[in-house]
Design a protein around this ligand. Structure first.
Ligand SMILES: Cc1cc2nc3c(=O)[nH]c(=O)nc-3n(C[C@H](O)[C@H](O)[C@H](O)COP(=O)(O)OP(=O)(O)OC[C@H]3O[C@@H](n4cnc5c(N)ncnc54)[C@H](O)[C@@H]3O)c2cc1C
Ligand code: FES
Length: 289
């Protein structure tokens, strides 16, 4: 068993020069929430799909607008079409989610480390996530559920700002109903009469039913939420090397050349984005350059 997430290999379909985007066609755009959309992509050249590992990201290029890092949200075991779930927050993400089917975009990657859910075999598995953080975790959840019997309890603790911001709601309930996932959801704010839990997702960690001495945790969301969730998991007894987080930093090259994503001695694009809490904890207060 490794104690930290490892750099994933990407055999096959990656162009020789990682700075050269491969052209993809948007085949479908699905609206998930008010501001979040999932894009399905096929290679424009009709070539092989992109092999990737859960947790890796690509650089998506909206021609004439710019390029942004976005995690792959699809199933690593069936990589076609290529899936990305994107929140519309600015110029490039807006151009991507507003592109019509048939539009070509550029894709570089896949880049970065993976969740490596295999390391959690034999453990209880706790996914803690908030908002769109579920998108980068979805491939790891699918990896675990594909091999469900190899794991102990599987818990998914999910928080969103409001009930309308819940991502992949139907799919989460399917995982709970068909795959024995212990799903616990909460929202920060709810309208009058809402029957579900209200509060921060990190508050669910203290009471969740798992064996902390034999648990592995995967955490993805805003940095303040990840820090608080990882601290709560560790306080319950989950060892820091068994708590993995996915870091976000401003990125330009994605391949360790430009330094935009530097976090003290780490380049998040190649040393991350998935890193364990033992390594990340001292760095999580370092501001972005
Ligand atoms: C490894 C990695 C994986 C990512 N995966 C996803 C994903 O799966 N889905 C997704 O929607 N986004 C993801 N992001 C974030 C995404 O890259 C940014 O939202 C995007 O770069 C914003 O670009 P923009 O031009 O649309 O907006 P900008 O004009 O650059 O920014 C608009 C606003 O969003 C804020 N912002 C910019 N970048 C981020 C960020 N990284 N986190 C939080 N706020 C930000 C800015 O401060 C600004 O207020 C990921 C980032 C990284 C580093
Ligand atoms: S984005 Fe250029 S070094 Fe990481």
């Amino acid at each position: 068993m490794t104690t930290t997430a490892t750099r994933a290999s990407s055999p096959g379909s990656q162009p020789a020069d990682p700075m050269v985007p491969r052209r993809y066609v948007i085949t479908h755009v699905r609206q998930d929430t008010r501001d979040t959309f999932t894009l399905l992509l096929d290679p424009a050249d009709g070539g092989p799909p992109l092999d990737f590992a859960a947790g890796q990201f690509t650089m998506l290029h909206a021609f004439g607008v710019g390029e942004v890092p976005i995690s792959i949200s699809g199933d690593p075991a069936s990589p076609a079409p290529l899936e990305h779930t994107i929140r519309n927050v600015g110029a490039v993400t807006r151009a991507l989610v507003e592109a019509a089917p048939g539009t070509e975009i550029g894709v570089r990657g896949p880049f970065g480390t993976s969740w490596d859910a295999d390391d959690a075999v034999g453990h209880d598995v706790v996914f803690v996530t908030g908002g769109i953080g579920l998108a980068p975790l979805r491939p790891a959840i699918l990896d675990v559920l594909r091999n469900r019997d190899a794991y102990g309890k599987v818990l998914l603790l999910y928080g969103s700002r409001t009930p309308d911001d819940i991502l992949y709601g139907h799919e989460m309930h399917r995982w709970a109903d068909l795959d024995g996932v212990n799903l616990q959801m909460t929202v920060d704010n709810a309208p009058y009469g809402y029957k579900g839990k209200v509060g921060f997702v990190t508050e669910l960690v203290a009471r969740a039913g798992f064996d902390p001495r034999n648990a592995f945790a995967f955490v993805c969301g805003p940095e303040v939420m990840m820090r608080s969730a990882a601290t709560a998991l560790n306080a319950r007894g989950v060892p820091k090397p068994k708590i993995r987080l996915s870091m976000e930093r401003s990125m330009k090259c994605g391949v360790g050349l430009c330094g935009h994503c530097q976090l003290r001695e780490l380049f998040v694009c190649v040393d991350g984005p998935v890193l364990d809490f033992a390594r990340l904890e001292p760095l999580m207060n370092v501001r972005e350059l």
